[in-house]
Design a protein around this ligand. Structure first.
Ligand code: PLP
Length: 421
C-alpha cells in the first residue's frame, strides 16, 4: 500500500488519463452500473452481450496480496486476461509480468515495462522467441528439460535460468505438471548439464495448477524447491530466486480462500527460505487478480420449449435457451471445468417471488454441438430478450475467445469507484 501511495499513481485523474474507464461516484457500485446498463439496453432494444470490468476489484486484490504475502512480488500472468486496461492497471500497481511467448513480451515492452520486470515463464520455448528475449534484454526464463538447455546455450548465453519443478497438482482445476516441471530426482542431472553448457541457473519455480484446491501442494512444492536449492548450491550455483507460481483462487466462493493459501505459504517460506538466505521470492498469479472483476451479461436470443419424461413417466416442460455468447466466446475455461457447469447464473428480471422452476439448458450461439454453457440448471420460465448474468468471468475468457461463426467479442466497459482508490 505504501508503494501505491508513494507513486501516487492511483489518483483518479492520473488513472483515467491512462486507462479508458468510467469513474463511478461513491454511491454507484459496479453492480449498479451493470443494472443501469441493462435497463438502458432494454429501453433501446439493444441485445448485444457485454462485460462490466471493475478495476477497483483488482486494486483490492492487490492490496490483499501485499498484506498477506508481503515478502512475495507478484508477476501478473498476462495469459489470463491481457486486455489493455488490465495490463495498464497492473503496470500502475507496480506488478511485474509473467509472459508465455514473444508476443506477450512484445506487448508489455511496448507499454514501457522494463525487461527486468518480465519473467519469460514458459519452460518450452521456440528458438526465435528465445532470440527475441535475448535481443530485448529479457533474461529470466524457466526450463525443465535438457532440450531447452541446448537452445538457450546457443541463443541466449546471458539467460538467467530458473528450474521449474513438478508439483502434486492432480486435484487442481487445471493441472499442469503432467506437461511441465522436472521431477525431483531429475534435477541434479539437469543442473549438471546446465553447468556443462555454461548456463547460469539462479533459482527454482513451480506451479501448483490453476485453481489449486489444496494448500498442502504449496508446502510440498516449497519444501522440494529448497532441496533443489541445496543441490544447486552444492554444484556451485548462486541460487537466489524462488518463484511460487500462480494457482490462487480469484472468486470469493472458492475454498480454500486466498488467505488460507497465504498463511500456509508464509509458514513454509519461513521454514525453508528464512530471510537470512537472502532469496528473492516472486509469484505468477493470473486468475487471482482478474476472475471476480469481470461480470458478463448475456441476452436470450431464442427460447425453445420442449418436453421430457420425468422419473414418474409424466411429460415435463423443459426450456432450451440460446444465448449470444458461449464456449467459442467467453466460456471455454468455464466449460472445461465441470464444476462451473453446475453454476446457476443470475437472472436480471423482476420475478414474482414464488416462481415454478423448470429444467433448462443454456446454449451458445454457434453451430457447434459443443457449444453448451449450462445443462443442469432449474430456472423460471424466461423469455427471448431476457438478460442472464455470470459473475467471475475475468480469467481465461477474453484471452481464449474466438469469433467462430462471426459472433463478435462483447464490449467491455471498464469502471472504477472512487471509493476503491
Ligand atoms: N504461470 C504459469 C507458468 C502458468 O502456466 C499459469 C497458468 O497456466 C500461470 C502462471 C497463472 O496461473 P493462475 O491463473 O492459476 O494463477
Amino acid at each position: 500500500e505504501e508503494n501505491l501511495d508513494k507513486r501516487n499513481s492511483l489518483h483518479p485523474v492520473t488513472l483515467s488519463n491512462r486507462i479508458n474507464l468510467t469513474l463511478l461516484d461513491n454511491r454507484t457500485s459496479a453492480q449498479q452500473f451493470l443494472k443501469q446498463k441493462i435497463s438502458n439496453n432494454i429501453a433501446q432494444g439493444n441485445h448485444d452481450a457485454f462485460y462490466i470490468a471493475d478495476l477497483g476489484d483488482i486494486i483490492q486484490k492487490h492490496r490483499r496480496f501485499l498484506k498477506e504475502l508481503p515478502q512475495v512480488k507478484p508477476f501478473y500472468a498476462m495469459k489470463c486476461n491481457s486486455t489493455r486496461e488490465v495490463l495498464q492497471m497492473m503496470a500502475t500497481l507496480g506488478t511485474g509480468f509473467d509472459c508465455a511467448s514473444m508476443g506477450e513480451i512484445e506487448t508489455v515492452l511496448k507499454m514501457g515495462i522494463r525487461a527486468a520486470d518480465i519473467i519469460y515463464a514458459n519452460p518450452c520455448k521456440q528458438v526465435s522467441h528465445i532470440k527475441y528475449a535475448a535481443e530485448h534484454g529479457v533474461c529470466r526464463m524457466t526450463f525443465d528439460c535438457e532440450a531447452e538447455l541446448f537452445k538457450v546455450a546457443a541463443s541466449h548465453p546471458k539467460a538467467e535460468m530458473i528450474l521449474r519443478i513438478a508439483t502434486n497438482d492432480r486435484d487442481a482445476w487445471c493441472p499442469l505438471s503432467f506437461k511441465y516441471g522436472a521431477l525431483l530426482e531429475e534435477c541434479e542431472d539437469l543442473l549438471k548439464k546446465a553447468k556443462n553448457f555454461n548456463i547460469q541457473v539462479i533459482g527454482v519455480s513451480f506451479h501448483t495448477g490453476s485453481g489449486c484446491k489444496n494448500t498442502y501442494s504449496f508446502c510440498k512444492a516449497i519444501e522440494d524447491a529448497r532441496k533443489v536449492f541445496d543441490i544447486g548450491k552444492k554444484l556451485g550455483y548462486q541460487m537466489r530466486l524462488l518463484d511460487i507460481g500462480g494457482g490462487f483462487p480469484g472468486d470469493s466462493e472458492f475454498r480454500p480462500t486466498f488467505e488460507e493459501f497465504a498463511e500456509v505459504i508464509r509458514h513454509s517460506l519461513n521454514q525453508y527460505f528464512p530471510n537470512n538466505m537472502d532469496v528473492e521470492i516472486i509469484s505468477e498469479p493470473g486468475r487471482y487478480y482478474v476472475e471476480s472483476a469481470f461480470t458478463i451479461a448475456l441476452n436470450i436470443i431464442t427460447k425453445k420449449e420442449m418436453y421430457e419424461k420425468g422419473a414418474d413417466g409424466e411429460r415435463r416442460r423443459k426450456f432450451l435457451y440460446i444465448l449470444n455468447d458461449g464456449v467459442y466466446g467467453m466460456f471455454l475455461d468455464f466449460c472445461l471445468l465441470k464444476e462451473k457447469l453446475k453454476r446457476r447464473p443470475i437472472l436480471r428480471k423482476e420475478l414474482a417471488t414464488e416462481q415454478e422452476l423448470f429444467p433448462s439448458i443454456l446454449l451458445g450461439p454457434t453451430y457447434s454441438n459443443l457449444d453448451e454453457l449450462v445443462n443442469e440448471v432449474h430456472l423460471p420460465d424466461l423469455e427471448t430478450g431476457d438478460w442472464i448474468i455470470f459473475p467471475n468471468m475475468g480469467a481465461y475468457t477474453i484471452s481464449m475467445s474466438t469469433t467462430f461463426c462471426g459472433f463478435p467479442q462483447p464490449t467491455v466497459y471498464f469502471v472504477l469507484s472512487k471509493g476503491d482508490l
